[in-house]
Design a binder for this molecule. Structure first.
Ligand code: RP5
Length: 234
């Protein structure tokens, strides 16, 4: 249902970050995700229930289906226009895993499966989602379409594309009309990882444990740079 048609109580205006959901110890269960083939996507099941899972096109290992929850909430909705985006978008999921944040990853297209996308967004809101990350390539409308249907922060990740090297994806994602913002990341893996880091920073505002994790992450990163040595000349 489009957000302008929702009665106010159905939107998530008053939802706050669930401290308990992100402050707990990360477990293997906490970061499991679903990746569902857009092409083989069945009609979405009832809210809260997982749709049937099919094999992604990409050859790399994909997290086991289901159970992408901590304390009953799925905090981050990761969506991509095609399973072919997973190779890049798995960086978002990986970063969620690193911070112990629950997520659900889906392949749903703004163009090829708009009804399923809309239903998923609504379902995610009901399940306590706090932010969406959307990655798509080419005429990349996905992040904008997600942002148009929710008031939750929605971050865009432009996918590299075959002929225009992701410039098309970047412009399509970032050039949003006034009123529906899509904070847009860099093209590719760095953008995918940074999208999650942006969500982490947002959630950390109300979650001291997550804030500490983010500070530790930055410190570790700085230390790595400090210790880095350039190779000697031969
Ligand atoms: C976009 O078209 C997807 O996000 C993907 O980046 C691109 C190509 O999709 P496939 O043809 O590989 O499914 O919608």
């Amino acid at each position: 249902m489009a957000i302008d048609k929702l009665p106010l109580k159905k939107t998530i205006v008053k939802k706050v970050v669930a401290k308990s959901a992100t402050a707990g110890k990360p477990t293997a269960k906490s970061a499991q995700a679903r990746v569902v083939s857009a092409a083989k996507q069945p009609a979405l099941s009832a809210p809260g229930k997982a749709a049937a899972v099919t094999k992604p096109v990409a050859k790399q290992a994909v997290p086991k289906p289901g159970k992408g929850k901590v304390s009953g909430k799925t905090l981050v909705g990761i969506v991509m226009g095609s399973t072919s985006d997973w190779d890049v978008m798995k960086e978002t999921a990986q970063m969620c895993k690193e911070f112990g944040i629950s997520y659900e990853a889906r392949a749903l297209s703004a163009h090829r499966s708009p009804a399923e996308l809309e239903a998923w967004i609504e379902d995610m809101e009901k399940r306590g989602c706090q932010a969406f990350i959307a990655g798509a390539g080419g005429a990349a409308h996905l992040a904008g379409v997600v942002a148009a249907q929710t008031i939750l922060p929605t971050f865009g990740v432009p996918m590299p594309s075959k002929y225009m090297k992701g410039l098309d994806s970047l412009l399509a994602t970032v050039q949003m009309p006034k009123g529906i913002p899509v904070p847009t990341m860099a093209i590719g893996e760095a953008g995918a990882a940074n999208a999650t880091l942006a969500v982490v920073a947002m959630l950390a505002l109300n979650d001291p444990a997550l804030r500490e994790k983010l500070i530790a992450f930055r410190a570790k990163q700085s230390e790595k740079v400090r210790k880095a040595k350039l190779p000697e000349l031969k």
